[in-house]
Ligand binder design. Structure first.
Ligand code: GDP
Length: 469
């Protein structure tokens, strides 16, 4: 669980304030020690922790009583705001060039996820309507070039390659020319990583940077390396001058030290975060949502945004109309379950809803299993109309084809299934489920219509037809 360890470390602090009337120098002493310990265990660098704790204590003492707000809630709020500040306050947007292609130069040590980020970033920018091109500049690992080409194909973005015999700065120059020729909006250049910082790498990056004159120079760092990541951002910034960082593998980071330290230590913002291995798993770094996650409040905004993005694709307006007119059918049902699948695993989606983080893995597995069963049954329902062919041959040359059309719109008209035991029997047989399961599913869609309608604030209509025996 992302930041899980830090979250539970901080929880200790709040519980110690239960029953207090007001925050005082005395009663915050112990909670502040808990906060300090939790941050150090999260691998936030010591000077940062010291400043953080000092600032929180200063604000907490003498805050006075706010009607209806308990002292522990007050402290949570102060810590939240301070965390947001620590991570840079506002989201730090990518900058785009006003004339010619925007050039993004990526740097980073080996294995941090740099090559993956190239493709993810292109995927992310494409969604914003920008055309992209990648330049393969990792001349030390031929495999890295192949990997970039494969990823480029995956996200359908051209990749400029020049093999491993050409100097990176020359590859950069040629790639940029190619991009200009093709009127590409954004060029993303992958560069060679090393296991450690060395002079050769820095010199190479400086040369490439000179040639490209990039709008963004982003250092890719691995969240799992904690405060070390923050130190790297500082070093690269001093050496080559960067505009920000991309933090990868946040999905596996239970501690949070990198996310919390980078801005404060290096002065450079984290612009984007990688939260998984899929091409879609790259998103802006939102300090206030991160703070919310650290405090275990559930990342509601991220969830809503993700849901909105999926729903946009699924034509939300159309769906709303259907719900209003109680026409929500099995096709919509399928679309919805697939939208959930698109948003990532259910575990992750549920984890983003406050109060849902505690659903047990077993419960989630059950829910996922029942979705699979439902899908199988819906697949067995007839969609729209079907043609039936009948071939009557007289001899080898002549034949009569009988074609007839039968309306069997079971997915659009759940009523058909509600009224006909024969249809339910057939669906059960075709999907390999029991008739009882099919009946349950049919009943469910009518219940959903009513529930969704109520949810939308429309109270009229929506009766549940009984299943005929
Ligand atoms: P490079 O050497 O910096 O180019 O690293 P790669 O792009 O080859 O990535 C190294 C490994 O990290 C690959 O197995 C990636 O799938 C994985 N990886 C990259 N980004 C993420 C991320 O955000 N989350 C997770 N879980 N894995 C990632």
């Amino acid at each position: 669980e992302m930041f899980g360890q830090l979250t539970s470390g901080l929880e200790a602090a709040w519980t110690k304030l239960k029953g207090e009337e007001v925050l005082t120098k005395e009663n915050i002493a112990e909670p502040m020690r808990d906060i300090r310990r939790a941050l150090l265990e999260a691998d936030v660098s010591l000077p940062v922790v010291r400043r953080f704790v000092q600032s929180v204590s200063d604000q907490a003492v003498g805050l006075g009583v706010i009607r209806g707000v308990k002292p522990d809630q007050q402290l949570v709020k102060i810590v939240h705001d301070e965390l947001v500040k620590l991570m840079g306050g506002e989201v730090s947007e990518l900058q785009f060039s006003k004339s010619g292609p925007t050039v993004i130069l990526l740097a980073g040590l080996q294995g941090v996820g740099k090559t993956t980020v190239c493709a993810k970033l292109a995927c992310y920018l494409k969604k914003q309507g920008k055309s992209c091109m990648l330049i393969a500049g990792d001349v030390y690992r031929p495999a890295a070039i192949d990997q970039l080409v494969i990823l480029g194909e995956q996200v359908i973005v051209p990749v400029y390659t020049a093999g491993t015999e050409v100097k990176p700065a020359d590859i950069a120059k040629q790639g940029l020319q190619e991009a200009k020729k093709n009127n590409v909006d954004v060029v993303i250049m992958d560069t060679a990583g090393r296991l450690q910082i060395d002079k050769g790498m820095m010199d190479e990056l400086k040369d490439v940077k000179k040639v490209l004159n990039p709008t963004e120079v982003l250092l890719v760092v691995d969240a799992m390396t904690g405060q070390e990541a923050a130190a790297l951002v500082t070093t690269f910034n001093v050496e080559i001058g960067i505009t920000g960082a991309i933090l990868t593998k946040l999905d596996g980071d239970s501690r949070g030290g990198a996310a919390l330290s980078v801005k404060e230590v290096s002065g450079k913002p984290i612009k984007l975060v990688g939260r998984g291995e899929r091409m879609e798993d790259l998103e802006p770094f939102y300090p206030n949502r991160m703070a919310g996650r650290v405090l275990g409040m559930g990342d509601v905004l991220s969830f809503v945004e993700k849901a909105e993005e999926v729903m946009r694709e699924e034509d939300a307006e159309d769906l709303q109309k259907k719900i209003m007119s109680a026409k929500f059918d099995f096709n919509d049902f399928l679309k919805q379950t697939r939208a959930v699948a698109k948003m990532g695993s259910m575990t992750r989606v549920l984890g983003m809803i406050p109060g849902m983080g505690k659903v047990s893995p077993a419960q989630i597995r059950d829910a996922e299993k029942s979705l699979v069963i439902m899908e199988a049954m819906i697949e067995a329902m007839t969609p729209g109309f079907c043609f039936f062919f009948h071939l009557i041959s007289f001899n080898t040359k002549q034949c009569l084809i009988l074609v007839w059309l039968r309306w069997t719109e079971e997915r659009e008209k759940p009523e058909l299934l509600a009224e006909s035991p024969e249809r339910r029997k057939r669906v059960a047989k075709d999907s390999g489920k029991t008739e009882q399961q099919v009946s349950q599913l049919v009943a469910q869609i009518f219940q959903m219509r009513v529930r969704m309608k109520n949810l939308m604030g429309v109270m009229e209509g929506g009766s549940i037809p009984a299943l005929s025996e």
